[in-house]
Ligand binder design. Sequence first.
Ligand code: TYM
Length: 335
Amino acid sequence: MENNERRPVVLSCIQPTSIPTLGNYLGALKNWKAMSDDNDCIFAVADLHALTIHPEPAKLRQQSLEMYAILLAMGLDPEKNIMFIQSHVPAHTQLAWILNCYTQFGEASRMTQFKEKSLKHSDNVNVGLFDYPVLMAADILLYQANFVPVGADQKQHLEICRDIADRFNNLRGETFTLPEPYIGKTGAKVMSLQDPTQKMSKSDVNPKATVSILDTPDVIMKKFKSAVTDSESCVRYAEGKDGINNLMTIYSCCTGLDYDKIESEFAGKGYGDFKAAVAEAVIEELRPVRENFDKYISDKASLMSAAADGAERAGRIANRTLRKVMKKTGLVMPE
Ligand code: TYM
């Protein structure tokens, strides 16, 4: 019967390294929300991944709660979806260790993000940073996820996850579902407003380069007004127009209009008008998060209780997979 058919399982996580950017939002979070009606969704705050950059402990604790509050403020329902904090479900680190033993050093060494981050933070190239994709594979495989909504920068991590799962399945018998990345057609790589050849990143030192999803309307307007464009003064999507292409992508994500429609809407108008329109669209798009955030973050007891409930439900699914894996790898099962 159709009603009994299993819905696809969707899983994704976000690091609580700071308030998410417009890039995180358009590349990932907006799709989490869109997918949450028709799928069994599992969303986590990846606090263990955040440890790789040695955050200040009190700050990490606060940011983990803020991230959870942002997910609620976006309208994700913790009863309909399973929403939790990664470190509350120990199966993630347990499975990560087992998967380490099924991951080749060579394949992990090829990860672009590891290479980039090692160059950028050469004083702290820790083993956790190297192992980051394996923990990410554990996050995904524990829940037998079918789809993983992420930005384009995570595609390679999804590929290694599939390779690890496939290797395990071949050696120990069918255990894991092979996940597919879900990468949106637009917004998969939102660029910096100050250097549109670079990805918009939470860690950018130039505050004008990124829009935080809790920025006030005034600040958002100012940041878009100072966005780097080009000297052509014509709103069209074309090679070499990285700044305008990026603004068109952002506008398209927020309004649903395709590039042709955007070009005709702004035909004969200057960049000033276009930048203001993009800023207005972003302000509108982020309005619910901005307006609801304070309510959620100020009620710590409710946040903790929702997170505990999420961890309980996640743990039940995760432990089922973990036990299967323990059995298949020859670990003695606890009574
Ligand atoms: P994080 O916190 O670095 O990023 C969260 C999500 O935001 C996407 N993203 C972007 N999308 C478009 N344009 C940008 N400029 C941009 N910057 C970031 C990222 O692709 C990501 O989807 N490793 C993950 C966290 C994670 C995870 C997982 C994800 C841990 N375990 C399991 C999926 C499944 C990450 O990049 O987080």
